[in-house]
Design a protein around this ligand. Structure first.
Ligand code: NAP
Ligand code: ZN
Ligand code: ZN
Length: 346
């Protein structure tokens, strides 16, 4: 065991503070990663505040991890010391169910092992990226291409893959009208990726405050959902709507914006249930779907795609002492567009 520095929430809703945690010895197939940067995902906040239900404390959040391999186990074949790598939302899965076999480890039928707020196969709690080092099986480690700066790459490990996977699955591309709802961490990556895939992209944000940014990131159109005219004007417009909103939405209103056979895909994970009038999907043969992160191979594909297109995330680099303040800003939709912790400050 190695003792490393970390930032942890000691209890639900308590501010995060500096502490130390134990990392397991480097096993046969493990890599030891010196973490350089860790993104702050809204999911970190939902979990640190037990918004999704009972959680494990102390909690070291962080599933947008970018760093450098410093040691590898004897059975490691994919990585060597010095490699630039990333770790996302999972650190293990059963590896033999139908979904794991298909590269859909995120939907492992026996449940994947979360990077934090989970119990690993060794029976110990997992601790995430707000820490100086992590030991991870090479099978759940991905390579960060040279073209991407590590700090701008970190958010791709959750925000990037969570938007890339459904955009690919629902065929966002040339000739498709795609709306992204909410322009925060996930949403701004959704805009960049949908644009890079060749779709015509519309942002549906609460206000027009971030319009200039949205257009710069690749959106073709930008509307405020606080303006009732938006819903009149855009009725029946979209092939695909990707919602990244962290709070409950009026689904019936958003479903009215789809074309016949259009799909509303939700990746936002609000803490309260939402209601739906089923007539909203009956008329127009519409699909209401959800999507969770992405598999390991697809995460690598997404990183390579972003490197090829020359973009990472838009980030605000912060020191570890600013984490609690950053949480408040995320809760106020005041994020442009991902806070990333400079782990050297822990
Ligand atoms: P974020 O940076 O806070 O972005 C969420 C955006 O939603 C905000 O920037 C805001 O955009 C909009 N929004 C917030 N409150 C709203 C409200 N009351 N009404 C309407 N719009 C609102 O969060 P994130 O890190 O992108 O995460 C977004 C959600 O996805 C979270 O619930 C997170 O847990 C979840 N998530 C899911 C997955 C998955 O695998 N499915 C993965 C990662 C995260 P505007 O200011 O533009 O309106
Ligand atoms: Zn996340
Ligand atoms: Zn499995």
């Amino acid at each position: 065991m190695t003792t490393v520095a970390a930032y942890a929430a000691p209890a639900a809703k308590a501010p995060l503070e500096r502490t130390t945690i134990e990392r397991r010895p480097v096993g046969e197939h493990d890599v030891l990663i010196e973490i350089k940067f860790a993104g702050i995902c809204h999911s970190d906040i939902h979990q640190a505040r037990e918004g999704w239900g009972e959680a494990i404390f102390p909690m070291v959040p962080g599933h947008e991890i970018a760093g450098i391999v410093t040691e590898v186990g004897p059975g490691v074949t994919k990585f060597a010391a010095g490699d630039r790598v990333g770790v996302g939302c999972m650190v293990d899965s059963c590896r033999e169910c139908e979904n794991c076999e298909a590269g859909l480890e995120q939907y492992c039928t026996r449940g994947n092992v979360g990077t934090y707020n989970a119990i690993g196969k060794d029976g110990e709690p997992t601790y995430g990226g707000y820490s100086t080092h992590i030991v991870v099986d090479e099978a759940f480690t991905v390579r960060i291409p040279e073209g991407l700066a590590l700090d701008e790459a970190a958010p791709l490990l959750c925000a990037g893959i969570t938007t890339y996977s459904p955009l690919k699955h629902w065929n966002a591309g040339p000739g498709k009208k795609v709306a992204v709802v909410g322009m925060g961490g996930l949403g701004h990556m959704g805009v960049k990726i949908a644009h890079a895939l060749g779709a015509e992209v519309t942002v549906l944000s609460q206000s027009l405050r971030k319009k200039d940014d949205g257009l710069k990131l690749g959106a073709d159109h930008y509307y405020a959902t606080s303006d009732p005219n938006t819903f009149k004007e855009l009725r029946g417009s979209f092939d695909l709507i990707l919602s990244t909103v962290s709070a409950p939405l009026d689904l019936d209103t958003f479903l009215s914006l789809l074309k016949t056979d259009g799909a509303f895909v939700n990746v936002g994970a609000p803490e309260e249930p939402v209601s739906l009038n089923l007539f909203s999907v009956i008329g127009g043969r519409k699909t209401l779907a959800g999507s969770g992160i992405g598999g390991i191979q697809e995460t690598q594909e997404m990183l390579d795609f972003c490197a090829e297109h020359g973009f990472g995330a838009e980030i605000e680099l912060i020191s570890a002492g600013e984490i609690n303040e950053a949480y408040e800003r995320v809760l106020n939709s005041d994020v442009r567009y991902r806070f990333v912790i400079d782990v050297a400050t822990i």
